[in-house]
Design a binder for this molecule. Structure first.
Ligand SMILES: *Cc1c(COP(=O)(O)O)cnc(C)c1O
Length: 354
């Protein structure tokens, strides 16, 4: 039941399916794996994974082993490979086996650990220039030359600057990956995440790992009209107030009215995932137009209604098909990924579509 004073988070699974098809069209011939770490980017890994599986997804990536276990439970008897990006840490081997998870090995210690875990299938990540996770290219080459290593199912690397197609680091990483990949001729390879999948055929290899693009985030950190909004956050108007010149809104002096104006007070704040850094810069969609966000407090957000007419109780869109994910992110000085994972559990959730 919708409460009159509760924000509403609508998750459109048909839009998710649409976005998956857009990524697939960008990467013909490559498998589209789904990255569903952090509870499906905060949107609920169960419903997200069920729909993606129905759309044909058979490979999923999570970050942590417990996320892998939760996903395996959610998928039940559906067949899928679940890759765990944190790899094989001491104490996780039995759990990997029990939940049939595929660790993505990214240190030499993990490789040695895997050698002792017979029967475990693994993936291997190689660091081609992001300096975050992955074997060095030299380590990967010595693994390729090792007589009896673990059964490697996938060779992975990750791009550090794929959201900027003009960045020379993309081509440098690509060349490095090509060299390493040549030493694993029989192992399928995955290089591109969402942004990389849009960089062109050289970047696709056998599998792209789509995360943010599935959820509507553009490959270049700005809205992409081909993708649809998956998450829509709206909040009801609790009150409409008239301000006089000089009146301040909320805490401190972030905003003082320069003229007489009408503002709407919404029942959502940073406690509902509206990122506070967006105050003074972001826009909400109310009465058919974008409206400046004047204040974001824990429970309340205040927007300038301008000449818009919106009665108390009307829902205002803070994120969705009008208040676009990438615009919300840039107004808050962050990336689309963070906007989604901050949505949390306070807003009421509704899933649209099968
Ligand atoms: C998070 C992550 C992805 C997905 O990235 P998006 O930008 O959301 O597509 C892919 N690969 C790795 C290794 C990741 O950590």
């Amino acid at each position: 039941m919708t409460s009159p004073d509760r924000a509403l988070l609508t998750i459109d699974l048909d839009a998710l399916a649409h976005n998956r098809a857009v990524v697939a069209a960008q990467a013909p011939g490559a498998e589209v794996a789904a990255v569903v770490k952090a509870d499906g980017y905060g949107l609920g890994v169960g419903p997200i994974a069920h729909r993606l599986h129905a759309e044909g997804t058979r490979s999923f990536f999570v970050a942590r082993s417990d996320e892998g276990e939760a996903l395996r439970r959610a998928l039940g008897s559906r067949s899928a490979t679940i890759y765990v990006l944190d790899g094989l840490l001491t104490g996780t081997t039995d759990r990997m086996g029990a939940a049939r998870l595929t660790p993505v090995l990214s240190t030499w210690a993990q490789v040695q650990h895997a050698q002792g875990a017979r029967g475990l299938e693994v993936a291997v990540q190689v660091d081609t220039g992001m300096n975050r996770q992955g074997l060095t290219p030299a380590q990967a080459l010595s693994l390729a030359a090792a007589p009896a290593g673990p059964a490697i199912r996938l060779l992975v690397s990750h791009l550090g600057s794929a959201t900027d197609p003009a960045e020379p680091r993309n081509a440098q990483q690509l060349a490095c990956f090509g060299d390493v990949r040549a030493a694993f001729p029989d192992v399928p390879a995955s290089f591109a995440a969402s942004a990389g999948a849009f960089l062109g055929p050289d970047y696709r290899y056998d599998m792209v790992r789509a995360g943010i693009s599935l959820y509507g985030g553009g490959p270049e950190e700005r809205p992409d009209p081909r993708l649809r909004a998956v998450a829509t956050l709206t909040a009801p108007i609790l009150d409409i107030r008239d301000l006089q010149p000089g009146d301040r809104v909320g805490y401190g002096s972030h905003f003082a009215a320069g003229r007489a104006m009408r503002v709407a007070v919404l029942a959502a704040g940073y406690g509902d995932g509206v990122i506070r850094a967006g105050m003074g810069r972001g826009r909400a969609w109310a009465a058919g137009a974008p409206r400046p966000i004047l204040a974001i407090n824990m429970d309340l957000t205040v927007v300038d209604l301008g000449d818009g007419e919106a009665p108390v109780g009307t829902h205002v869109e803070l994120l969705g098909p009008h208040a676009l994910l990438d615009d919300v992110a840039s107004a808050a000085g962050t990336v689309a990924h963070e906007v989604l994972v901050r949505l949390g559990t306070r807003a009421e959730r509704v899933y649209l579509g099968p």
